[in-house]
Design a protein around this ligand. Structure first.
Ligand code: PBG
Length: 324
């Protein structure tokens, strides 16, 4: 008789037949920071802090020492610097370029990834430039936005970013950013494209962390409809053709089918983003004493890996390294 249980009999046998494993090298830590000298706990994300520049460098070093190869930077920009055209996004003396320089100086082997999108800089809180017609109807301008994104990516590359990660979901931005980077000699700066980024309610706590909630309207005309899977394959093929180095699916836990589809469609490395709302769900179930935090977090990360992700952006990165 065929008895699959034989392969589960002892820890030794289970360890031999295990198909998926987690290691610190799988994790990318998203980090929030601001201009203030004080560190601020983020109320919408218990256990997550918005760091001062100095603390950001220290904490990133700590993460790197745990074996985490990369971080992604998410700045909170002062309200007074936000404008409709988001010009601050390509200021070489802005918060992000200063952070990149400080991080690369302190930790040369740490891979620094930057988010390319206008929402932290845009007075409208959208990832792109907002246009309002005579009736006050709002639309997001694609090609005009892509030009600004190219300037932002160049600004990050000049400061020393290893990878730029466009999260805006404008059409054609990967090709445009690749051309802009190559044109300025940044042929070694990679593009991690948010290939399938869904218009998800699970980004709520993140927007709270950065005060970046859209002032008007939602992001459904550029982020993908959670009902669609084939469309993710279309985005994947486009990003590959446009020259992306790595692809991302976001959110992760509820979109394992999308991760698997992208994995099958492309030979490029696939990243998945366990977003703020996923973090909050796990955190609050654990805080209530209802579920075992270590067990649910490691299982959630393992499932994302099993679905086909090569790397995982997670707010649990440091904690997971300590648990492993
Ligand atoms: C914005 C951006 C968002 C996230 C990463 N980059 C929010 C959004 O699209 O509204 C969400 C991350 C998270 O929820 O953890 N460009």
């Amino acid at each position: 008789m065929n008895r699959p249980r034989r392969n589960r009999r002892t820890p030794a046998i289970r360890s031999m037949v295990r198909e998926t494993s987690l290691s610190p090298a799988d994790f990318i830590l998203p980090m929030f920071f601001h201009e203030d000298a004080e560190d601020t706990p983020i109320t919408s994300m218990p256990g997550v802090t918005r760091w001062s520049l100095e603390s950001l460098v220290r904490e990133a070093g700590e993460a790197h020492a745990l074996g985490i190869p990369a971080i992604v930077l998410f700045p909170k920009i002062e309200e007074t610097l936000k404008t409709p055209l988001a010009g601050e996004s390509s200021n070489d003396d802005g918060l992000v370029p200063r952070a990149i320089r400080a991080l690369k100086a302190a930790h040369p082997t740490l891979c620094v990834i930057t988010d390319v999108a206008l929402d932290p800089y845009n007075s409208d809180g959208h990832d792109g430039i907002v246009h309002r017609d005579e009736r006050g109807e709002l639309s997001i301008l694609n090609d005009e936005t892509v030009e600004v994104l190219c300037q932002q990516a160049l600004c990050h590359a000049r400061a020393g970013a290893d990878i730029v990660a466009p999260s805006d979901m404008m059409d054609g931005r990967v090709a445009a950013i690749r051309e802009a980077l190559d044109g300025e000699g940044f042929t070694d700066v990679s593009i991690l494209s948010y290939t399938a980024k869904y218009a998800s309610a699970f980004y709520g706590p993140f927007r709270g962390a950065l005060d970046s909630t859209p002032k008007d309207g939602d992001k459904k005309t550029y982020q993908m409809d959670p009902a669609n899977a084939r469309e993710a394959v279309r985005e994947c093929l486009l990003d590959e053709a446009e020259g992306a180095d790595m692809l991302m699916v976001k959110p992760a836990g509820l979109y394992l089918d999308i991760i698997a589809k992208v994995r099958e469609t492309s030979t490029l490395p696939v990243a998945a983003y366990q977003v703020s709302g996923e973090y909050l769900m796990l955190k609050s179930a654990a805080a209530g004493g209802w579920l075992d935090e270590k067990a649910i977090v490691l299982e959630s990360l393992l499932a994302i890996k099993r679905a086909g992700a090569d790397m995982i952006l997670t707010y649990y990165a440091k904690q997971a390294c300590r648990w492993l």
